[in-house]
Ligand binder design. Structure first.
Ligand SMILES: *[C@@H]1O[C@H](CO)[C@@H](O)[C@H](O)[C@H]1NC(C)=O
Ligand SMILES: *[C@@H]1O[C@H](CO)[C@@H](O)[C@H](O)[C@H]1NC(C)=O
Length: 728
C-alpha cells in the first residue's frame, strides 16, 4: 500500500474492509491451501489442517449467509464502495501531478493513443479523437486571435448541440478558459441576465440565434461583451497551442458554469471546478460503461448531465458518443440501431415519450444494454422494460448546484439512490423533518434538525465539507447563503439544502418524494416560481401573482399554475397574457393553469396561502374561482371546463386543438421552442410528429387537421395523435 493512500483513517479502513468479502479476497486462503497440498509436508498435519480449514470455511459460509440475509445488497454495496475508492485514489493522483492532470489532458492522451477512434458521431458524420484535437486547436487559435482570450477568462456559449460546441469547449480548455453554458432556446432576457452574471467577456453563438442576439446587442455593447458567431476556423493552423497558455490551471480552477434556477429565485450560475468535472466524468464508469460502448446523447449539452456526464464521461472512458441535435422520439431507436448504440443517456421524460409512441414489431431490436440518467418514475420504468427489453437502468440523483450525488446501483425500480456506508462517510447526508405547510425545517428544543426514521419522508440535506464542497453561485452571495442550513446534526455544522423530499426504506433505497421551496420541475427543467410571478406582475391588469406547481396525472414533476389577483373590474386577457408569458419565459416555464382570485389571501403568511392553493390544484369541482388552461396551439389561455378537467385526470384528451399544419407554421414552432430553423424542409414529417407529440404532450391533445395532413400523419404512424375524431 502506498504511503500517500494511507493519509486518512477513512481511506485505510476502506482498503482493509474491501478485500474481506469480494471474491478476490476470498480466493486467497484457498490458493494458500493448494500450495500446501502440493508441498511435501507429512500427511497427518495436512489432514488436520484441511479439517481446520473446512471448519473455518463453513463458519465463514454461515457468517456470510447471515450477513447476506441481513443485508442482501452487501456485495453490491462493497463493489460500489470499491469503485468509489478507486475513483478517489485516481483523482488524488491527478491532483498530485504538476501541472494538474485535467480532463483535457486525458483527451490529449486519447488523441495520441487512439487518434482514429470515432469520438463524436453527428447526423451521420464521424469525427475521430484526432479530428477533435485538430479542430479544437483551430478553435483555440481563432479565439485567441479574434477575442484575445487569456487564461482565466470566461466565455459564454449559446449553441445548440453540434460538434462545434464540443470543439469550442475543448478549445477553451486549451486556453485555460471556462465556458458559461447558456440555455440555448431560452428567451434573450433570461440568458442575458446569466451572461452578465457570468462576467463573460465573449459570447459565442450559432447562426440560429443571431436574431435573438441582435435584440440585446445594445446591452452587450454596453457591457463590453464581444459577440462572435461560431468562429471560422478553416483558415487557422491545426498546430497545438502551447500548454503554457493554461499553465496555472489547477483542481479548483473554474471549468464550466451551468445555469439553474436551483431551489431559490432566479437563474444562477453554479460553478464546476476541474476537480468536480473529473468527479462527474466518472459517472459513466461507475455505472459500468466500458470503453467499447457507444453512448447516445439526446440531452442538451448546456445541462451538466449532457455535458459533464455524457461528454466528460466519454473522454474519461475514451468512447464514442452519438450526439443528437435534439431528442426525437421517432428517430430514437432508428439512431440506436444505425450507430450500434449500447448506452443511452436519459431524463425521465425522454423514456416516457418513448413509451408513448405507437408499438412496433422492432421495439426490441436494438443493442442498447444500459440507460444512465435521472428522473425516471417507477411506472414508466416498468413499461419501458416490458416494451423495450432488458436494459440495465442506472438511475442517479444530483444537481449542478448540489454537493451530493446518489446512485441506485442495484437497479431497484423507482429508487433514485442507495445508501452506501462508504459514500456516507465521504459525503454525509441526512433526511430531516420538514413542515410542508410552513415550508420550514422542524427544530428540536436545542435548535437542531430532527432526523426522520426509516420509511418516513424528510428533506435531504448534505454536509458541506472539503470533499463535498459547495462553491455557491457566481456573484450571488445572498442566494448562496440561502442554500445553506446550519446546526443540523450538531451546533455549528453547515449543510446544503437540496430542496428535495425523500424517503429511505429499510434496505437503504432512496425514493424521491417531492420538491419544496421556490421551484418545481417540469420537462426536466427547474422552474423558478418567483421568476414566473415577476413576469405576470409586469402586466398592467395584474396586481399580484402566486406561482406554484401542481401534480398532473401521468406526468413527471409538476405543472405550473399561477393564481392571479387582477385590478378591480379587469378580466384576464387570454391572448395578451399568453403573448406576454411566451415573450419572457422559455416554454417549460409557461404555467399550464391560471386561477383568478379577487383577493389573494393576505392573512397568514404568503407561504401558507401557497400551500393551500397547491392542495386545491385546478379541480373546477372544488375551486369556484375562474380557471384557465394553456392552449399552446391557439397561443392563448382558454377557460377550463369540467370536461377538460376530467380528461386531464384520465390523462386523455384535454382540448381539441385545431391544427392546420403548414410548413411555415412548423417553422414558427421550432423557432419558438428554440430548435432553430434547421428542421426546415428536411425530415419535415418526422419532425412534425415529434413536434406534435411534444407540443401536445403536456395536454395530450387530439389533433384536427385538414384531410391531406391527416393522411400524412397516418402514413407516418401518427395514429396516437388522432385517436379520437372530434366533432366540431
Ligand atoms: C489554484 O490556483 C489559484 C489561482 O491560480 C490559487 O489561488 C489556488 O490556491 C490554487 N489552488 C490549488 C488547490 O492549488
Ligand atoms: C454496427 O455493427 C455492425 C455489426 O457488427 C457493423 O457491420 C456496422 O458497421 C456497425 N455500424 C457502425 C455505424 O459502427
Amino acid at each position: 500500500m502506498e504511503v500517500e493512500e494511507m493519509g486518512t483513517f477513512k481511506q485505510l479502513k476502506g482498503k482493509l474492509v474491501e478485500p474481506g468479502f469480494i471474491p478476490d479476497g476470498v480466493t486467497d486462503p484457498l490458493y494458500f491451501l493448494n500450495e500446501q497440498t502440493k508441498s511435501r509436508t507429512p500427511l497427518t498435519p495436512i489432514l488436520i489442517m484441511l479439517q481446520a480449514v473446512a471448519a473455518v470455511l463453513s463458519g465463514f459460509a454461515v457468517v456470510a449467509l447471515l450477513l447476506y440475509m441481513k443485508c442482501p445488497y452487501i456485495l453490491q454495496d462493497l463493489m460500489h464502495a470499491r469503485k468509489m475508492l478507486q475513483t478517489k485514489n485516481q483523482l488524488a493522483r491527478f491532483q498530485k501531478k504538476r501541472p494538474y492532470f485535467t480532463l483535457l489532458d486525458r483527451f490529449l492522451e486519447l488523441a495520441q493513443t487512439q487518434p482514429a477512434k470515432p469520438f463524436v458521431v453527428f447526423e451521420g458524420e464521424v469525427f475521430t479523437y484526432g479530428d477533435g484535437d485538430l479542430r479544437s486547436n483551430q478553435v483555440a487559435r481563432a479565439l485567441r486571435r479574434h477575442a484575445g482570450l487569456r487564461e482565466g477568462d470566461t466565455v459564454a456559449l449559446l449553441l445548440g448541440n453540434q460538434p462545434g460546441l464540443v470543439w469550442l469547449s475543448l478549445g477553451l480548455q486549451k486556453l485555460g478558459c471556462a465556458a458559461a453554458m447558456l440555455h440555448y432556446g431560452s428567451r434573450s432576457t433570461a440568458w442575458l441576465r446569466c451572461l452578465v452574471r457570468s462576467r463573460a467577456t465573449v459570447l459565442v453563438v450559432d447562426a440560429g440565434v443571431r436574431a435573438a442576439v441582435e435584440e440585446v446587442m445594445p446591452t452587450l455593447l454596453q457591457q463590453g461583451v464581444l459577440m462572435m458567431t461560431v468562429p471560422l476556423i478553416q483558415q487557422e493552423s491545426e498546430q497545438p497551442v502551447s500548454p503554457q497558455l493554461r499553465a496555472q490551471v489547477n483542481a479548483s480552477s473554474p471549468a464550466a458554469y451551468f445555469y439553474t434556477s436551483g431551489t431559490t429565485g432566479l437563474p444562477k450560475a453554479s460553478l464546476s471546478t476541474e476537480a468536480r468535472a473529473w468527479m462527474i466524468a466518472h459517472s459513466l464508469s461507475t455505472a459500468g460503461v466500458r470503453p467499447q460502448d457507444v453512448v447516445y446523447i439526446p440531452l442538451p449539452l448546456y445541462h451538466a448531465s449532457g455535458f459533464q456526464i455524457g461528454l466528460g464521461g466519454a473522454i474519461e472512458r475514451g468512447i464514442t458518443v452519438v450526439l443528437k441535435r435534439k431528442f426525437s422520439a421517432s428517430q430514437f431507436w432508428h439512431d440506436c440501431r444505425k450507430y450500434n448504440v449500447t448506452v443511452i443517456l436519459y431524463i425521465g421524460e425522454i423514456l416516457r415519450y418513448l413509451c408513448n409512441t405507437p408499438k412496433g414489431a422492432d421495439d426490441r431490436l436494438h443493442g442498447v444494454r444500459m440507460a444512465v440518467g435521472n428522473g425516471l418514475r417507477a411506472d414508466v420504468w416498468r413499461v419501458f422494460l416490458q416494451r423495450f427489453g432488458k436494459v440495465d437502468i442506472k438511475e442517479f440523483y444530483g444537481a449542478s448546484d448540489g454537493n451530493v450525488g446518489l446512485f441506485n446501483y442495484p437497479g431497484r425500480i423507482g429508487a433514485i439512490g442507495k445508501v452506501n456506508f462508504y459514500h456516507k462517510r465521504t459525503a454525509p447526508y441526512v433526511l430531516v423533518q420538514f413542515d410542508a405547510e410552513r415550508e420550514e425545517l422542524v427544530r428540536d428544543s436545542r435548535g437542531l434538525c430532527v432526523q426522520v426514521p426509516t420509511g418516513e419522508t424528510g428533506l435531504l440535506v448534505s454536509e458541506i465539507t472539503t470533499s463535498a464542497p459547495f462553491w455557491g453561485y457566481l456573484n450571488d452571495l445572498e442566494q448562496t447563503e440561502k442554500k445553506k442550513v446550519r446546526d443540523v446534526v450538531k451546533k455549528g455544522d453547515v449543510y446544503l439544502n437540496s430542496g428535495d423530499l425523500m424517503k429511505i426504506d429499510k434496505d437503504g433505497f432512496i425514493f424521491f418524494q417531492d420538491r419544496v421551496g421556490d421551484t418545481f420541475r417540469w420537462k426536466g427543467e427547474n422552474v423558478a416560481t418567483t421568476e414566473v410571478a415577476d413576469i405576470f406582475t409586469m402586466l398592467d391588469s395584474v396586481v399580484d401573482a402566486n406561482v406554484y406547481g401542481v401534480q398532473l396525472p401521468g406526468h413527471e414533476g409538476r405543472a405550473g399554475m399561477a393564481t392571479l389577483m387582477l385590478k378591480d373590474g379587469e378580466t384576464l386577457d387570454c391572448t395578451e397574457t399568453f403573448v406576454h408569458i411566451s415573450n419572457y419565459l422559455p416554454s417549460f416555464a409557461w404555467p399550464l393553469f391560471i386561477r383568478i382570485q379577487n383577493d389573494l389571501e393576505l392573512t397568514g403568511t404568503f407561504k401558507q396561502v401557497k400551500y393551500k392553493l397547491v392542495k386545491e390544484g385546478f379541480d373546477p369541482h372544488t375551486v369556484q374561482d375562474p380557471l384557465f388552461v394553456l392552449d399552446p396551439r391557439r397561443r392563448m389561455y382558454t377557460p377550463l371546463t369540467l370536461d377538460m378537467y376530467e380528461s386531464i385526470c384520465l390523462g386523455e384528451l384535454v382540448m381539441i386543438v385545431k391544427v392546420l399544419y403548414l410548413e411555415e407554421d412548423v417553422q414558427r414552432r421550432t423557432l419558438d421552442s428554440g430548435v432553430g430553423p434547421e428542421l426546415r424542409g428536411h425530415r419535415l414529417v418526422g419532425g412534425l410528429l415529434d413536434l406534435l407529440t411534444e407540443t401536445l404532450y403536456p395536454l395530450r391533445g387530439t389533433v384536427i387537421t385538414e384531410d391531406e395532413h391527416t393522411d400524412a400523419l397516418l402514413e407516418q404512424g401518427g395514429h396516437h395523435l388522432l385517436h379520437r375524431r372530434p366533432q366540431i
